[in-house]
Design a protein around this ligand. Sequence first.
Ligand code: CU
Length: 129
Amino acid sequence: MTTNRRAFTQGLAVLGISVATPALAQAKTVEVAMKQSPKMLFVPGIANIRSGDTLHWTNAYSTTHTVTFDPAMAAIPANVVLPAGVAPFGSGNIEEDGSFSHTFTVKGTYKYVCKYHEAMGMVGTVIVT
Ligand SMILES: [Cu+2]
């Protein structure tokens, strides 16, 4: 008797068992904190994610921050980097207990700033593979 993978998988499905394949891996959400102490910064400063994943920034503090992927809004435009074809985007003001989410579907390296604290080093990188 021979059992091919398809028949085996279908058999599992009948039993209510799903078989995940790498290509169908679940997209995930990665948390980024916006800190004000001991200094203004994004944690983690570099986020490594897969295409389809979401970043979720949260501000637990009383200082207003932004998540700005728009070189026109940066003090130093080169502090913002977008892969070719990606339009600028951003959060606007994020107050205490506020948050912002973005799902990344274009692979590449992104750099962004908090427009209020860019000069203090509040910059971040997202690497989407
Ligand atoms: Cu800030």
